[in-house]
Design a binder for this molecule. Structure first.
Ligand SMILES: CC(C)(COP(=O)(O)OP(=O)(O)OC[C@H]1O[C@@H](n2cnc3c(N)ncnc32)[C@H](O)[C@@H]1OP(=O)(O)O)[C@@H](O)C(=O)NCCC(=O)NCCS
Length: 370
């Protein structure tokens, strides 16, 4: 029997990052990186095990090494009480470990010419490393109410390490300033290839619509410098920049991927449901009478419950944890899962879940999808 070992090693980025290596008879066969990060979900913040850069050497693929590595990482996270895990998945792979896609992709395309006509009320300059804490705080304030967002710890955030598509391009950052020199907005863009057809913006936050307009205008000036005819903003539609863009002459696109892209796994459903207890209780108060005292949800990865405070006896529903992840992150209603995807759940249970956990759009900006 070959001797297979796994090691968790320090990462060049420092904690909470770790490098993971799997060796067989002393030869490196698989590797990845992992880290713990806070994640927003319906008003609470959950610890999350990020999974990134999963790889098995070509000569050693399809021998179960990645399965061994990922399962060890997930078990370790669960043992530490980290209730969820996220990753950006290639198609058709991660459903095996109960990861589910939980958020749409959004983008807004605007012509450089249209964006060039916007007024610029705020000064914009290139961001410096010492701006990062202020940028992280601004980001946290603007996104704290949006599910799917990661928390950027102001003193630890390293700035954007990539734009779209992981390391293919370096990201750059510009900030907007008020008349006292305070940072009131920022934009993160992909580095622009010499043959680029468009300028991609992967995160932009602004504290007012004036700042949003100034940032879009500055990006138009950048597009002119690079001689590209359009700007593509990959931003959350309800953000200030998203709302500003929606009122321009833009093409807005959203896509709802399945089994790929930004995915979540509920490793500890009981911890997640407990954290969402107050949210569910509030929803139950709005719904009024005729509710069970508690809703117990059983999954193959464990059970948890939502306290509803109703007069009826405790009620149980069973669903796969990947489907529960879709409902919790608001990607699909239980009714859609039942009617379209054949989920085995009664209509009344689906109604109850949808009333407690209504569909929402979760989102994670590209620079946080390490
Ligand atoms: C994807 C990758 C890490 C798989 O590594 P591996 O060690 O060959 O995987 P394993 O042998 O442990 O296979 C685990 C399971 O995934 C399946 N699988 C392996 N590679 C797959 C792929 N590319 N697509 C879909 N399924 C795949 C296997 O059939 C196996 O399924 P089963 O256990 O249900 O039978 C490897 O092919 C790789 O390094 N690819 C290039 C980088 C990449 O795409 N990484 C993923 C980034 S998100």
């Amino acid at each position: 029997m070959p001797d297979r070992t796994i090691q968790f090693l320090p990462h060049e980025l420092g904690p909470p990052w770790e490098r993971v290596r799997v060796e067989v008879d002393g030869e490196l066969v698989s590797w990845m990186q992992t880290f713990t990060v806070g994640h927003r979900l319906r008003g609470v913040t959950l610890d999350c095990a990020g999974v990134v850069g999963v790889h098995t050497d070509d000569a050693h693929q399809m021998q179960g090494h990645m399965r061994f590595m990922l399962e060890a990482v997930l078990e370790r996270a669960v043992a530490r009480g980290v209730p969820i895990s996220t990753l950006y998945g290639v198609p058709g792979l991660y459903h095996r470990w109960a990861y589910a896609t939980v958020m749409p992709e959004f983008n807004f395309t605007v012509s450089t010419r249209r964006a060039e006509a916007l007024p610029r009320s705020h000064r914009i300059r290139q961001a410096e490393p010492h701006d990062r804490p202020a940028i992280a705080r601004l980001y946290n304030r603007e996104t704290s109410g949006i599910s799917g967002m990661r928390v950027r710890e102001p003193e630890r955030w390293l700035g954007p390490r990539q734009g779209l598509y992981f390391g293919r391009l370096d990201a750059w950052m510009q900030v907007a300033l008020d008349n006292r020199g305070q940072i009131v907005g920022y934009c993160i863009g992909d580095q622009v290839d010499h043959d680029a057809q468009q300028l991609d913006i992967v995160d932009a936050q602004a504290i007012s619509s004036g700042v949003a307009g100034s940032l879009i205008r500055a990006m138009a000036d950048e597009a002119v410098r690079h001689r590209v005819g359009k700007l593509v903003f990959h931003v959350y539609p309800a953000s200030r920049v998203g709302r500003y863009l929606r009122n321009l002459e833009v093409t807005a696109r959203s896509e709802r991927p399945i089994g790929r892209s930004q995915m979540v796994r509920l490793g500890l459903p009981d911890v997640v449901l407990q954290a969402l207890g107050p949210y569910a209780r509030k929803r139950a108060e709005i719904l009024g009478s005729g509710l069970p005292s508690r809703l117990v949800i059983d999954t193959e990865l464990g059970s948890g419950e939502l306290p509803l405070g109703g007069d009826l006896p405790r009620h149980r529903v069973r669903l796969p944890s990947a489907r529960l992840a879709e409902v919790l992150f608001g990607y699909r209603s239980a009714e859609e899962l039942r009617d379209i995807h054949g989920l085995d759940i009664s209509a009344s249970d689906a109604d109850l879940l949808d009333a407690l956990l209504p569909p929402i759009d979760a989102y994670c900006y590209w620079p946080d999808r390490y």
